[in-house]
Design a protein around this ligand. Structure first.
Ligand SMILES: Cc1ncc(COP(=O)(O)O)c(C=O)c1O
Length: 454
């Protein structure tokens, strides 16, 4: 962004932060207190990464709105970084939670519930893979699916795409150095082993690199988002996913699509919308409207291989599973969310609002001559600071601009809009109205106008 006056941007950011501090005394007070009790002063370090300069403490959240402890209401398009894609506390999910916990009773036992079957059946219908298991997070769904894949394949390595994020899965906290060698990502905390031993890393949308990585047939499984959503948004180029599937088939490599974020694309995520054919699908976050749950579904063929494998211990010590996984509360929440909240009709409305938001952002950039782009993926959209969308995670990573991010995010907070921290991602839930989307666009209009002096 050579054309922009960085000193002026820094001054604008200082102005926005001062305004934030003046109008958020209670959040600041709680933040000071939290430093005495919580490592990093927050329950999770990323909760401190709000651009106003301090965490925004939550008071209430309903639908597409959150209210902080200082009484400010925001249009929330962060939606818990997808955990609340169904909107905050959707009534059918709340009713199912209450019915499970207070009505029938029983949060976790050692017994399955019928709700789990209903969730497995519905996910099977949506994503086209029939055999489901549960975890408590998408991270764990990925971990367990990777383990199963390595076990049945009797191969040691996995492959991911450069700058992908699949949760805190050890093997995936890997990147490439300048020479194309796999190394740990910067700041990888206490990495158990050198990720070069476990992982190959390849640029997205580069079929030659995919084929070269898979050719030695030492990769058990590729873990991929159908579109990258954690380094800006990188859509697959025409034919890339088909080519990826073919390269996997040619080399006997399994393919897992992580649809944790890309389920914004429709009821069956990108897998259904784009007719993809993975060996497994992983999910989490939004599935229980924020009640912790992860899920992984296997194709019939992979299911049969797992069932025929008598060396893997899936029951006890084998490294897959968890005491609370599949608990009665999580699956009750997921069933209600799938059956009554993230319905086909709800997706139709989310996709409509998503398109309107993308058109609005595009118009704002055009109006102010901002050489920036916006990419939509169903109900989610992300803008970036280059004229054209990125083709690889590497391009997207190189275009990250922390000063612009902070300025835009802080300005939006001060104008009643919550954009996803450390992303420029906006997500439209079933209760996000056209007016909400327009309000986000309006707030963006104000700050982009200031940035470009128009
Ligand atoms: C694509 C993807 N997969 C998995 C995860 C992990 O989700 P969780 O942190 O809820 O385990 C994330 C988190 O952002 C993600 O973006």
């Amino acid at each position: 962004m050579a054309d922009l006056d960085r000193i002026r941007l820094a001054a604008l950011l200082a102005r926005e932060r001062a305004e934030f501090a003046a109008s958020h005394p209670r959040s600041l007070e709680l933040s000071r207190r939290a430093r005495g009790a919580l490592l990093h002063g927050v329950p999770m370090p990323w909760m401190a990464k709000w651009a106003g300069g301090a965490p925004v403490f939550l008071a209430e959240a309903r639908g597409a709105r959150v209210t902080d402890v200082d009484g400010h209401e925001y249009v929330d398009v962060a939606l818990g970084d997808t955990g609340s894609m169904p909107g905050h506390s959707p009534q059918p999910t709340v009713d199912a939670i209450v019915a499970r916990v207070a009505g029938r009773g029983g949060i976790t036992t050692m017994m399955p519930t019928e709700d789990a079957i209903a969730v497995g059946e519905e996910l099977g219908r949506r994503f086209g893979v029939p055999a489901w298991q549960f975890a408590l997070s998408a991270t764990d769904a990925n971990r367990f699916a990777l383990r199963m894949a390595r076990q049945v394949q009797r191969r040691g390595k996995i492959m991911i795409f450069l700058h992908a994020y699949h949760g805190t899965v050890d093997e995936t906290v890997a990147t490439l150095d300048d020479q194309g060698k796999v190394i740990a990502r910067d700041g990888n905390v206490g990495a158990p082993v050198d990720p070069a031993l476990t992982t190959k890393v390849v640029p997205f949308n580069d079929l030659d690199a995919v084929r070269a990585a898979l050719a030695p047939r030492d990769v058990a499984v590729v873990l991929a988002e159908p579109a990258m959503t954690n380094v800006g948004m990188v859509l697959p180029t025409d034919g890339f996913l088909k080519g990826l599937e073919e390269a996997c088939a040619d080399t006997g490599t399994l393919l897992i699509y992580d649809e944790t974020h890309t389920m914004s694309m429709g009821p069956g995520g990108c897998v259904r919308a784009w007719g993809l054919a993975p060996d497994a699908v992983t999910l989490g976050k939004a599935l229980g409207a924020g009640v912790p749950i992860g899920a992984y579904g296997l194709s019939a063929e992979l299911r049969d291989r797992v069932l025929a494998d008598d060396e893997g211990d899936y029951l006890d010590w084998g490294g897959v599973g968890g005491t609370l996984a599949g608990n009665a509360l999580s699956v009750a929440a997921a069933r209600a969310t799938l059956e009554h909240v993230l319905t086909e009709e709800a997706y139709a409305s989310m996709l409509f609002t998503g398109q309107r938001y993308v058109a609005g952002v595009r118009a704002v950039f055009a109006k102010h001559g901002a050489p920036w782009h916006v990419v939509g993926l169903g109900a989610r959209a992300e803008f970036g600071y280059t004229p054209a969308p990125h083709a690889t995670g590497g391009d997207a990573h190189a275009a990250i601009d922390p000063l612009l991010d902070d300025l835009i995010h802080a300005a939006l907070l001060n104008r009643g809009v919550m954009l996803t921290p450390f992303h420029n991602m906006a997500l439209m839930g079933p209760t996000t109205t056209v007016e909400d989307a327009d309000r986000v666009v309006g707030a963006l209009d104000a700050i982009v106008g200031e940035i470009f002096g128009s």
